[in-house]
Design a protein around this ligand. Structure first.
Ligand SMILES: Cc1ncc(COP(=O)(O)O)c(C=O)c1O
Length: 369
């Protein structure tokens, strides 16, 4: 076995250091390091233009953006959500004192199943928090129909979906859409996030929540938090945004190479995108069925032994994690689709400069050539 440098599931993209240095000089000269300075304002405007989906509130993480969206929409009671997501989705609901109610995902996909949402609505339900998992848009039309029928708010966790294009624009759906700009995301500010919202009143509230609820020197309007993105992260974001299309094109090439090399492998299903969606190609989940040559965990360990660090995203299901598994109100229904996917999924390494040679190696380990 040849010695190999570790290949991780993600490898952060960074702008060239020489492009960042002039921005750092500006920050050093001005001594404006945070509190919605020049780079923060620039990035907020540029993201607004890029998304073309309404006003943007930048934040210091995707998690705090989720918490702020729930707060700004004054959500109480129960929030229906998916068990097949990153911990932050459910934790945000818990942090605002609400109960996450997990329901199953679709039979052929990774997103919430609208029929399961409707079945779980009680007189305590106030909102739906759906995730565009792996950047595949949810069934937004059906989710909105259910929300309208039952008077619920809709929040989309679009942590995986920055740069995804669809017609109509997926980011325009729901009451708020939340992004993560964490270092492992294709567009990153190292740590960071954003809320996109169409209501002027909610946007005013989000701006206050981000900055301790402070209106001016003598007025504190609400119990806000500190969710400000600092100037260095914002300056990195400005440079990353300029490189996003190029990075996305490289991700597409990686995606296509995986598709080519994994074509026809018995028992293995790869991610395909629905028609009308221009993906961001951020993730490459594979699902291993009963016809695959080995169990999922066996393959995961084989890859790891060869220094390839895939991830069992998302396993365990959030409904099985300690904060929620012993709370019957969180898990009123079975979730067979989520269970099957969590037991059989592996996300393969995915980043713009993953080499073709590494992709071929990863695929031949999967095929056991
Ligand atoms: C689906 C999902 N939601 C929320 C988050 C939280 O974002 P952040 O790490 O920026 O707080 C992440 C990942 O990081 C995520 O994958």
């Amino acid at each position: 076995m040849k010695a190999r440098k570790p290949i991780y599931v993600a490898r952060p993209t960074l702008p060239p250091l020489e492009a960042l240095l002039p921005h750092l000089e500006t920050i050093w000269d001005s001594r404006i390091l945070t509190n919605m300075g020049e780079f923060h304002q620039q990035l907020e405007q540029q993201i607004e233009a890029y998304l073309d989906a309404g006003p943007v509130t930048l934040t210091s993480s995707g998690t705090v953006a989720l918490v702020m969206a729930l707060k700004a929409l004054e959500i109480t009671g129960e929030v229906i959500t998916t068990p097949f997501s990153f911990a932050a989705t459910a934790h945000a609901i818990d942090w605002v004192g609400c109960t996450p109610v997990f329901v199953d995902i679709e039979a052929n996909g990774f997103n919430l199943n609208p029929a399961c949402i409707e079945r779980a609505i009680t007189d305590k339900t106030r909102a739906i928090l759906a995730v565009h998992c792996f950047g595949v848009p949810c069934n937004t039309v059906e989710i909105q129909r259910i929300a309208d029928k039952h008077g619920l708010k809709v929040i989309y966790d679009a942590a995986h979906a920055f740069g995804v294009r669809s017609s109509p624009n997926v980011i325009r759906h729901g009451d708020c859409t939340v992004f993560s700009f964490h270092a492992t995301k294709l567009f990153s500010t190292i740590e960071g996030g954003a809320v996109v919202c169409h209501s002027a009143a909610t946007n005013d509230c989000l701006a206050l929540l981000r900055n301790f609820g402070i209106v001016d020197e003598s007025t504190i309007a609400c119990a806000g938090t500190n969710a400000k993105l600092n100037e260095i992260c914002a300056a990195i974001g400005v440079l990353q945004l300029a490189a996003l299309d190029q990075n996305m094109a490289r991700m597409k090439a990686v995606h296509m190479a995986y598709q080519t090399h994994l074509k026809g492998v018995p028992g293995l299903t790869t991610l395909t995108y629905p028609e009308g969606v221009e993906p961001n190609y951020s993730y490459f989940p594979i699902l291993l069925g009963p016809d695959f040559r080995c169990a999922r965990d066996t393959l995961h360990h084989e890859l790891k032994r060869q220094n390839i660090h895939s991830r069992r995203y998302f396993s365990p299901l959030l409904s099985e994690a300690s904060p929620y598994c012993d709370r019957p109100a969180c898990t009123p229904f079975g979730m067979p689709n989520a269970r099957r996917v969590a037991d059989n999924v592996i996300c393969l390494p995915m980043y713009p400069d993953l080499s073709m040679e590494d992709i071929v190696d990863i695929c031949s380990i999967i095929k056991d050539n």
